[in-house]
Write a protein that binds this ligand. Structure first.
Ligand code: TXA
Ligand code: MG
Length: 355
């Protein structure tokens, strides 16, 4: 399949191209597009063949449901069977934006889109290109992240092209995304509502609107003996090709540990990469050291994480060490993705000291 790649600036959403992309979606084709979180791989959410094509293009297990993207509040009532008061409240507070709600699905949404579930994930993105595209597509665009299953989500079009060229009809290159990590997912079919995937919208922000909010405890721990409630969270995900280890502890201890470990790995023939904060990055010695941003600029860290993991793949790094980050606020989302990328491989130096 020939994939048409078009460039659209966010400030100047080209109506002609977006209309054309909308037609592709209406006709059952697939179009990758930028959102404020990561690039999405769009298909018509109400067309079961489109859902099947999405799973095939991503190489994704078909029990892993898709998020339905809408652009107008009035369209919500068509795809869900019930809109609880909580949904209206958080829509008012955070839509359009990086928040996905799980709600009971209506008959309009095929089981192919929801991976066989009776619930549907819905999000109204804020990115102007995404919003226009959804309108031209007829209102309902199913879109997982536009990566091949298991790889980090694309934050720039280059990686969409790498993963999807030849597999889908069209790719809209809208430049680098703003947030860089996928939306927060909150399940409103249970009480209290439960966060299934952390993102830019933090538990605190949600609690301010909803009162009590629970969190799926599998988000940070691999040893709960439970399956994650968002089916997609159970797969090894966001994973680079090199073996990634997170090293936590005092900055100085982390530095010494990683440098020693890197030297030993290099001796054994490994190519070693380090993910470092801007404050420390010049102190490391390894084959490739990448600054992920200042420890105090979580938004930069989030935006750089997936790109850096992809770059390590390109550079054929076989061992990666990363500093750890605080698990508070937006930091939760960063550590959740990093832990998944590392398959929960963490060295905790402060625990080692106390043994
Ligand atoms: O930011 C985002 O959410 C991006 C952009 C493109 O909007 N999309 C995204 O989609 O991250 P995807 O497919 O990569 O992740 C969707 C997650 C998966 O973990 C899936 O299992 C979960 O949402 N999910 C979808 N429907 C669900 C449902 N009905 N119940 C529980 N989890 C659901
Ligand atoms: Mg994904």
């Amino acid at each position: 399949m020939e994939t048409k790649i078009v460039l659209i600036a966010q400030e100047e959403p080209r109506e002609d191209l977006l209309r054309e992309a909308g037609e592709v979606l209406k006709n059952g084709g697939l179009v990758a597009f930028p959102t404020e979180t990561v690039y999405g791989l769009g298909g018509d959410a109400l067309n079961k063949d489109s859902a099947r094509k999405i799973y095939a293009a991503k190489g994704r297990p078909s029990d892993n449901p898709l998020i339905v993207h809408i652009s107008r509040m009035e369209d919500l009532t068509d795809i869900v069977s019930q809109v609880p008061r909580e949904a209206l409240k958080i829509a008012e507070a955070f839509w359009p934006g990086p928040l996905t709600m799980i709600l009971p699905k209506s008959d309009k949404v095929p089981y192919e889109t929801t991976g066989g579930l009776d619930t549907v994930a819905v999000r109204m993105p804020s990115h102007p290109i995404a919003r226009k595209l959804i309108e031209y597509a007829g209102g309902y665009v199913a879109a997982p992240s536009a990566n091949v299953s298991g790889k980090p989500s694309p934050t720039v079009a280059k990686y969409v092209v790498e993963d999807m060229q030849g597999r889908i009809d069209m790719i809209i290159d809208g430049g680098e995304v703003g947030i860089g990590l996928e939306s927060t997912i909150i399940d409103l079919t249970v009480f209290p509502p439960q966060i299934l995937r952390p993102g830019y919208i933090t538990p605190k922000m949600l609690e301010q609107v909803l009162g009590r909010v629970d969190e799926d405890e599998t988000m940070f721990r691999a040893d709960t003996g439970q399956a994650p409630k968002a089916p997609g969270m159970k797969y090894r995900h966001y994973a680079p090709k090199g073996e990634l280890t997170i090293v936590q502890g005092d900055a100085e201890d982390v530095l010494v540990y990683i440098n020693r470990q890197a030297a030993a790995d290099i001796q054994c023939g490994h190519k070693v990469g380090v993910i470092a904060t801007e404050e420390l990055c010049r102190e490391y010695s390894a084959d490739v050291v990448k600054s992920i941003g200042s420890r105090h600029a979580e938004e930069d860290i989030a935006r750089n994480l997936y790109r850096i993991l992809r770059e390590f793949d390109e550079e054929q790094v076989t061992r990666i060490y990363s500093e750890g980050f605080a698990v508070e606020g937006f930091g939760q989302a960063i550590m959740n993705r990093l832990l998944k990328a590392a398959g929960h491989k963490v060295i905790n130096l402060s625990e080692k000291d106390s043994l």
